[in-house]
Design a protein around this ligand. Structure first.
Ligand code: CTP
Length: 289
């Protein structure tokens, strides 16, 4: 388990003597404040190419309780059930830990969510978006926790998914991606350079990557540089969007197969749900007759 230091501190401030009342049996005996047990929430998933859909899911989950634990699957589990992830498990653990609603990350959580896992981490229930996650044999990964009433649903964020992002990147070629001379990009950098955006800013930071000049050849950071408020920060990581696109392109066939598999599964689930709905409507109509 990785503790999210930032939030852990926050909780220490909010609980008596910095204790996690939710996990301490008998801690409920004293004051009314202590009597209210903290609700521990569990989420799990692949969290590959972390996007705002993921953080919105974790935000909603956190709002359902007090302490949020997120189980992230290993690369081999994901490969087995849905195809290879783009980001390695170590990268995915880091990305999830960086989301501000997350209190703790459990590395290598099992793909199928069991009561045993919820109990192991003292979680009251788990939360998942309102879509269905299936195992490689087509079983609902939340079947057990749903049956025992320890499953809650939150709204899935429309219009964004890892599958869709991978699909978009598969459409890119290196030449396309590297072409930063598009009007949108240029407008952004031009405005950035010419209008003073730095009058109320004390410090301007840029990573160790190259700073590309504006269309007219000028330095977009000329102003902060002149004022002496430009600093280079080291992210400690050499990853770039270009490198991610390259990973995807390199494994194009694997990712195409993964996306097709996922789409086929989803279509099958939608059709099964439709059939169920039709059956119910028929039954209701017959009951009326
Ligand atoms: N999720 C969400 N909104 C999205 C995408 C994901 O609420 N747009 C939620 C899922 O419902 C799940 C959690 O984020 O509760 C983790 O999802 P994950 O296992 O990473 O898989 P998906 O994002 O659903 O898969 P993919 O993006 O590959 O389609």
């Amino acid at each position: 388990m990785i503790k999210n230091g930032h939030h852990h501190n926050h909780h220490q401030v909010n609980t008596a003597a910095g204790k996690d009342a939710g996990t301490t049996p008998g801690a409920t005996a004293c004051s009314p404040e202590k009597r209210r047990r903290r609700i521990r929430v569990w989420c799990d998933g692949c969290y590959d190419m972390v996007h705002y859909g993921h953080s919105n899911q974790l935000r909603q989950a956190k709002a359902m309780g007090d302490y949020l634990i997120v189980g992230v699957h290993t690369d081999s589990e994901i490969s087995k059930h849905k195809g290879p992830p783009v980001f390695t498990q170590e990268e995915r653990y880091k990305m999830v830990r960086a989301i501000k609603w997350v209190d703790e990350v459990v590395q290598g959580a099992p793909y199928v969510t069991t009561l045993e896992t919820l109990d192991k981490y003292n979680c009251d229930f788990c939360v998942h978006g309102d879509d269905i996650t299936l195992t490689v044999d087509g079983k609902d990964t939340y079947e057990e926790v749903k049956k025992s009433g320890r499953y809650r649903e939150c709204k899935r964020t429309q219009g964004v998914s890892t599958t869709d992002l991978v699909g978009r990147m598969l459409l890119m070629t290196k030449a396309h991606h590297s072409n930063i001379d598009t009007s949108d990009y240029q407008e952004h950098t031009d405005n950035f350079g010419k209008v003073s955006k730095f009058s109320t800013v004390d410090l301007v930071c840029h990573g160790k990557t190259e700073i590309y000049p504006d269309k007219d050849g000028s330095d977009p950071y000329a102003e902060p540089r002149r004022k002496g408020i430009l600093r280079t920060v080291d992210s400690g990581n050499s990853l770039t969007t270009d490198a991610i696109v390259q990973r995807i392109i390199k494994n194009r066939l694997l990712f195409e197969a993964r996306n097709q598999k996922k789409e086929a599964k989803e279509i099958a689930v939608i059709q099964a749900m439709k059939r169920q709905e039709e059956e119910k409507t028929k039954e209701r109509a017959q009951a009326v007759l």
